[in-house]
Design a protein around this ligand. Structure first.
Ligand SMILES: Cc1cc2nc3c(=O)[nH]c(=O)nc-3n(C[C@H](O)[C@H](O)[C@H](O)COP(=O)(O)OP(=O)(O)OC[C@H]3O[C@@H](n4cnc5c(N)ncnc54)[C@H](O)[C@@H]3O)c2cc1C
Length: 377
């Protein structure tokens, strides 16, 4: 049985290692084969970008060699897929090679697209790529006071980033002793300050306590860099001296170019994680069109469920479980405190008051992630 995984990020890597552990015997006997195709020989821990953008993490801490994270039985190639020929169970890569499969998993992730809002890319900072996080840190450390506006596009990756970036910047300016010169203006596209109602309720209390102003129903329309104003679709506007964006995202271009899903999101069954209309194609992580958080923990829990099912298909011919929508997100809340939101398709989150223990656990997780990616946690 040939299993082909396209994408070596959080979802693809956790899946591949988990499968290699479950199928050790079958891999040894040549009854199963796991191949991974990816676009990079390095694996990035994207949550670290938030800390890079406030000068709390060096960029080299973001990366590991992809081969150092994979079980030796996994065949790995840096050779991005350019064409998916699903009717023939094969993909073609940039180098011109063709790979066949019995089961295909697509986990190509998503990308920030600030350029889809006029003026946003040129006039704002964000922490969604290494280059942008470094530039954000430069502008944040040179900032001497004024209005920091946080503007949020939809859909975006990591639902907690709008809140986290606000809290960590508040903390940073407090530490620098210039908080009295900084006004925070947080904007959010829907009628509350977070998409998850209980998280919004909790965060509202924190914002009120810290004096962070907020405006809801604010969907970015365009940014007027000359006058330092963000205009909303609703006809309102927000002045800024430093504009911190959570840009809108799309799936990878290769997905849309191959007609697999509009805007790069692949229609996916929420329980089996099968691509709709396909029996042997599965989708993981940011690439799905599921209306749940685009987060590493989503990719992780999906990968665990899918590994169990793909291994069961190899061994028994049938999948054995459903993905239940489980997500677990840490929320950095400033002053060395954090909380978390855990939820699934049936149970909403109920964030508790933030504390130092959760913050230090998140700090530890920034290191433990590498063991988690290898399937050791
Ligand atoms: C600033 C920031 C903070 C975040 N904080 C958190 C957090 O605190 N908690 C949390 O849970 N999540 C967080 N996330 C989100 C999390 O990192 C992503 O949701 C997660 O990485 C998604 O995993 P994935 O496997 O779907 O995609 P990715 O990890 O992005 O991996 C995609 C892979 O596909 C490969 N690829 C791309 N195109 C091709 C191609 N054509 N062929 C083959 N391979 C290809 C890439 O090289 C990459 O290896 C954060 C993200 C950012 C940017």
């Amino acid at each position: 049985m040939k299993i082909l995984i396209v994408g070596g990020g959080m979802g693809g890597t956790i899946l591949a290692n988990n499968l290699a552990h479950r199928l050790k015997h079958e891999l040894k006997q040549g009854k199963a084969q796991i191949t991974m195709l990816s676009a990079s020989d390095r694996h990035m821990y994207q949550p670290g970008l938030l800390y890079v953008s406030i000068g709390r993490m060096a960029t080299d801490a973001l990366y590991r060699e992809q081969t150092s994270l994979l079980e030796p039985e996994i065949e790995f190639h840096v050779d991005p897929v350019t064409t998916f020929t699903l009717d023939q169970n094969q993909v073609t890569t940039q180098s011109g090679k063709t790979y066949g499969y019995d089961m295909l998993v697509i986990a190509t992730g998503s990308r920030a697209m600030p350029e889809t809002i006029p003026g946003l890319a040129e006039n704002s900072v964000n922490c969604y790529t290494e280059a942008n996080a470094i530039e954000m840190w430069r502008q944040v450390r040179e900032f001497q006071g004024g209005t920091v506006t946080i503007a949020v596009g939809v859909p975006h990756k990591c639902p907690m980033i709008p809140l986290e970036v606000t809290f960590v910047l508040h903390d940073y300016f407090k530490e620098r002793g210039i908080l009295d010169k900084v006004k925070f203006q947080y904007t959010y596209p829907i009628g509350r300050i977070h998409s998850l109602a209980p998280v919004g309720e909790w965060a509202k209390g924190e914002f009120d306590r810290l004096g962070i102003q907020y405006e809801t129903l604010f969907n970015m329309k365009e940014v007027d860099g000359a006058n330092k104003v963000v205009h909303s679709e609703e006809g309102t506007q927000s002045h800024y001296d430093l504009l911190v964006a959570v840009p809108p995202h799309k799936g990878m271009a290769v997905i849309e170019e191959n007609g697999l899903g509009q805007s790069g999101w692949i229609p996916t069954d929420r329980h089996s994680l099968k691509m709709e209309g396909r029996d042997n194609v599965y989708v993981l992580g940011d690439t799905t069109n599921l209306p749940i958080s685009k987060a590493g923990s989503t990719a992780h829990f999906e990968a665990e469920a899918l590994a169990e099912n793909l291994a069961a298909i190899v061994k028994l011919g049938e999948p054995v479980r459903d993905y239940d929508g489980k997500v677990f997100c840490f929320i950095e809340a400033g002053s060395d405190r954090a909380t978390y939101a855990m939820f699934n398709y049936n149970q909403p989150p109920a964030p508790k008051p933030p504390n130092r223990a959760v913050h230090w656990f998140k700090m530890a997780y920034n290191q433990l992630y590498w063991a988690s990616a290898r399937g050791l946690l």
